[in-house]
Design a protein around this ligand. Structure first.
Ligand SMILES: NC(=O)c1ccc[n+]([C@@H]2O[C@H](COP(=O)([O-])OP(=O)(O)OC[C@H]3O[C@@H](n4cnc5c(N)ncnc54)[C@H](OP(=O)(O)O)[C@@H]3O)[C@@H](O)[C@H]2O)c1
Length: 329
């Protein structure tokens, strides 16, 4: 089978396709024949190496993670054999491959007829998008500011915010085509946060301040966002695409503001039953057509470098997929 890893840090060109034996699932694991692999931003940073920022360190050889959609072909010891033949989704390591090992405990069942784009969101991106809004304790009518709203998680967070009853939803992104996309997925206001006056544009749209900020950009974007919070406003920080880890001045919180962190692994450990319940809840929403994923590009497995280039040049809207059955051109 084919697998893509990297053996040195660097640009997308370090991603190396190789022929290897199928991996063998160990206790608690399953083997999936991959139909689609959702490519995530964080792996472009891991691949670039420690220079991307201290939160982005992964040892070599690099085994990219990904949101795999596939069919179970084998189970490891202690796993129900009835899983064989089921179409599932999973966040897995060594994911850019024809066959991928995943933890049985965190498989998401894929509803019938769900396409690969929607299915690729079930295990990780959609659970994060939903949970960050719940971590923010969204109340009906709240004004929500969502940064990087054209991205994989961002475009789902916009839809979840509306679905959960938010009032005004403000999405930020860079470039006019992304702003059009952010409006198309349901944001009331779309603002280019590459413009220096973006905080003033948010103030114009939400004169009383915003109730919720969702941020995985960090740096000055996070700092300025804290100043935009209304009294009792909540910011949820779930990443730092800039690699800039901010010190949050406590004085900024005196105006009745709070900041919460979120990480999916921590959430799964802390509240496994609720985390699993939310995966089922999300699958039902997709199956009912109440959420939709926009697939920016579906690429052959051997074009993983192109997938990383699209993400690094910040040119994608929504999801990028690797499709093992697609032929290279
Ligand atoms: N906490 C968790 O459990 C968890 C899980 C998964 C992902 N995450 C984080 O969630 C965020 C979104 O993940 P995703 O996979 O859906 O990515 P994505 O949003 O599809 O891509 C990242 C986006 O970040 C924006 N960005 C802002 N500053 C950037 C910079 N300096 N360099 C590059 N991009 C920058 C870009 O949008 P613009 O061009 O519009 O600015 C880019 O499209 C990431 O920060 C990721 O690390 C957290």
């Amino acid at each position: 089978m084919r697998r893509v890893r990297y053996y040195e840090y660097g640009g997308p060109e370090v991603l190396t396709a190789e022929d290897v034996d199928q991996p063998v699932p160990q206790a608690g694991q399953v083997l999936l024949r991959a139909e689609a692999i959702g490519v995530n931003f964080v792996d472009t940073r891991f691949r670039s190496g420690p220079g991307s920022g201290s939160i982005f360190h992964r040892p070599l050889p690099g085994r990219p993670t990904g949101d795999v959609v596939g069919t179970v072909t084998r189970v490891g010891p202690g796993v129900e054999p009835q899983l064989v033949g089921r179409r599932v989704a999973a966040l897995a390591e060594d994911a850019y491959a024809d066959y991928v090992v995943a933890e049985a405990l965190w498989l998401a069942a894929v509803p019938d007829h769900l396409d690969a784009g929607d299915a690729s969101m079930l295990a990780m991106s959609a659970p994060v998008a939903l949970r960050i809004l719940r971590a923010a304790q969204l109340n009906p009518g709240d004004t929500v500011l969502i940064h990087a709203a054209a991205g994989g998680i961002g475009h789902l967070a916009v839809q979840f915010a509306k679905f959960l009853g938010a009032g005004t939803v403000i999405g930020t992104a860079r470039s006019s085509s992304k702003l059009d996309f952010v409006r198309a997925v349901g944001a009331d206001v779309a603002i280019d946060y590459a413009q220096p006056d973006w905080p003033d544009q948010v103030r114009a749209a939400a004169p009383g301040g915003v109730d919720i900020v969702l941020d995985a950009v960090g740096g000055t974007i996070l700092q300025s966002s804290l100043d935009l919070l209304a009294p009792f406003g909540r910011a949820v920080v779930y990443g730092a695409a800039t690699g800039e880890l901010e010190q949050i001045p406590v004085v900024k919180l005196f105006a009745l503001r709070s900041v919460t962190g979120f990480n999916l692994t921590a959430w799964r450990h802390a509240s496994p039953d609720q985390a699993r319940h939310e995966m089922d809840e999300i699958a039902d929403l997709f199956a009912a057509g109440r959420l939709r994923t926009t697939v920016h590009a579906g690429l052959p497995l051997t074009q993983a470098a192109t997938a990383h280039e699209l993400i690094e040049t910040r040119s994608h809207t929504g999801r990028i997929l690797l499709l093992p059955d697609a032929r290279s051109t």
